[in-house]
Design a protein around this ligand. Structure first.
Ligand SMILES: [Zn+2]
Length: 67
């Protein structure tokens, strides 16, 4: 995992710690929702295809190293 120095304040997604300006942080992509991509689901009587989304989140050095 590559750590970067942040130029703005961020919050760790995992432990909610504030990552201060100049501190090291990393980014990891997490899955939004628990659905499998392409799975269909009935929503309001309609069949919809669920898309599995991945979004990048900020994490502090500790959380990245503990995993
Ligand atoms: Zn953290």
């Amino acid at each position: 995992m590559k750590l970067k120095k942040t130029r703005k304040e961020r919050k760790c997604y995992e432990c909610k710690t504030l990552i201060n300006k100049g501190d090291l942080y990393g980014q990891r992509s997490i899955a939004l929702g628990e659905k499998v991509d392409g799975q269909t689901e009935t929503y309001d009587g309609m069949n919809v295809v669920v898309h599995y989304m991945r979004i990048p989140v900020d994490m502090c050095k500790c959380c990245l190293e503990n995993k």
